[in-house]
Write a protein that binds this ligand. Sequence first.
Ligand code: ATP
Ligand code: SF4
Ligand code: MG
Length: 324
Amino acid sequence: MLLDVKDLSIHYYTLSGVVRAVEGVTFSIDKKEWVTFVGESGSGKSTVASAIIRLVPPPGKIVSGQIMLEGKELLKLSEEEMRQIRGKDISMVFQDPMTSLDPLRKIGDQLVEAMTVHGVDEDEAKERAKELLEKVNIPPDRLDYYPHQLSGGQRQRVSIAIAMAFNPKLLIADEPTTALDVIVQDSIMDLIQSLKEEGTSIFFVTHDISLAAERSDKIAVMYAGKLVEFGTVEQIVENPLHPYTQALLNSVPDLWTEKPIKAIPGYPPDLRNPPRGCRFHPRCHVFAEKGELKGLCDAEEPMMIEYEKGHFVACHLYGGSRNE
Ligand code: ATP
Ligand code: SF4
Ligand code: MG
């Protein structure tokens, strides 16, 4: 086990109320495992990602939970200890590489600095910077370029090169390909895969469940701040249990069956005041159709249960009520 997250809750304390962005999220990532978080916009994927490196933006706060990296409790480390882990044991790439690259400094200098802050000698860092650029297919003469002189795809390659500098134990990639065209997208996915093959575990975020299914080992489905289903790609795609996961899968085109695409009706809730019981109940067709679920789904929160080995779901259809 590399990363073990237990009962993680994160709130944003805004002027208009407390946004319960992440509530009671539990999951783990094994060594060399690729886990992808999917879910609609606002479901809390980026907030979970930022918590792992303890960079939840203000006014957000981790209100409870445990984040263990190889048995080390990250939430108990000092800021200095955490800085040692960021960029070395855990690296991160974002949707927009410009959020991590400094527009005013040459990419070579930024690559070198990513290593020297962790104590690598400058000459060695310069040598390694060239190798890293080659690894992500950027000619080493681009070391003297500024980020704006590169294309979007090349900039993302540079941020991946920086993330690769120390063969991190965990790479957090938050929608790293969303802004790129499909071909460039594929090459970035190849790079992340090559990192995995060298031993890095991947925490990947996307709203596109078909992209998730292509490369990952496991999928985590989030809805309105809750983890609603977690399992291997096969379990989630072949046997989706949660009505929300089923709806997500039905909302993407299937090249093989040409089944009709169905958008998920309604909208995710306002997380300042989430629905009682199951947060999905106002949009759940099963709840709407099954009279006997009234008074359960709209009153009691479903707990996460292990439906089959490694396949977890939080939905009253499979038990998991607090009263059981
Ligand atoms: P997307 O797919 O759009 O990136 P996401 O799943 O990454 O969405 P988050 O960005 O984690 O979702 O947001 C989760 C919830 O927290 C949302 O309701 C969002 O409005 C709220 N939130 C996120 N950042 C802040 C912030 N800085 N201040 C207040 N609320 C925030
Ligand atoms: Fe639907 Fe009830 Fe399951 Fe929620 S708990 S997804 S409302 S059936
Ligand atoms: Mg996000």
